[in-house]
Design a protein around this ligand. Structure first.
Ligand code: GUN
Length: 281
């Protein structure tokens, strides 16, 4: 029988631990504040931003949410980021992606002070991760490490295969698994023999953005499978990058969609906000 890795439960544990830490900070007169910027009204982004606001309220972090119209210029957005960089009351800054097409995402992410980059997207933080220095780590891959550790799954010495090489998930995931002493292979759309490589994995992370792409043929008997994808099917049900029904019986442990990786991203965002404050006190 396989274990279902319960991201809802584990993310709740993390938020509860953080809530206690925030309370202790408050008792010392220290507040934690996250600024979130959304440009435009992309429905998925609105849901994510709303969830971040709720998580802040739960953990006890102050949130400043800027909901800007779609027509906001790059200059205006950069000005707001600059103002938040300079504001000592603001500990973390998050610009919700994607941004409207007329705004250069890279330019905006580069403008965020690396010390406040709780998303871990700034090249300084990406670089720190790659050379093993402290810094902010991208929330989704950081959450996956927590899922594995808190489920008693050892990473050290394991064959880890990451499907996908995005800057937000695939690449930082590979760096984190490496940091945990896994043996890491990164596959992508041009990879030859994808199935054969995936089948070598003790830990398989699917972050390719294709619904139900990973079927049982990609999975070694007894592997741990982490599904980063989330897609809505024609029947309105959610599914991941993994075909759960056929894959789960081959695994020793697997994350469901929803309720696996998804809830971890926001929990780790809260973690980044709080731990940063603790680190500088
Ligand atoms: N859009 C989708 N996921 C994310 C995320 O983790 N951070 C930001 N800033 N935008 C996103």
């Amino acid at each position: 029988m396989y274990q279902i890795i319960d991201g809802k439960k584990i993310s709740q544990e993390i938020k509860d631990e953080l809530r206690e830490k925030v309370e202790a900070l408050k008792a010392r007169g220290v507040k934690v504040t996250l600024a979130v910027i959304q440009v435009g009204d992309d429905p998925a982004s609105s849901v994510y931003v709303g969830n971040k606001e709720k998580a802040c309220a739960y953990v006890g972090i102050g949130s400043l949410v800027y909901r800007l119209p779609r027509e906001t210029t790059q200059e205006e957005l950069l000005q707001l980021v600059g103002q938040l960089n300079r504001d000592d009351q603001v500990d973390g800054i998050l610009v919700q992606l994607p941004l409207p097409g007329h705004i250069d995402e890279d330019k905006v992410l580069l403008a965020i002070d690396p010390q406040k980059d709780v998303d871990g997207f700034h090249p300084v933080n990406v670089g720190n991760l790659s050379i093993g220095r402290p810094g902010f780590v991208s929330c989704t891959p950081a959450g996956i490490i927590q899922l594995l550790k808190r489920s008693g799954i050892q990473i050290e010495g394991k064959e880890c295969v990451v499907l996908g090489r995005s800057n937000i998930v695939g690449k930082p995931m590979a760096m984190l698994l490496l940091r945990e002493n896994g043996t890491v292979t990164v596959c992508h759309s041009r990879t030859k023999n994808l199935k054969e490589i995936a089948r070598r994995a003790d830990i398989l992370v699917a972050a390719i953005g294709k619904p139900c792409f990973v079927d049982a043929d990609y999975v070694k008997e007894g592997a741990v499978v982490i599904d980063v994808g989330i897609h809505r099917k024609a029947d309105n049900k959610l599914c991941g990058d993994v075909d759960f029904k056929s894959v789960a019986p081959r695994t020793s442990a697997i994350t469901p969609v929803p309720g696996g990786v998804g809830p971890m991203t926001i929990a780790m965002l809260m973690y980044n906000c709080v731990e940063k404050k603790l680190a500088i006190l």
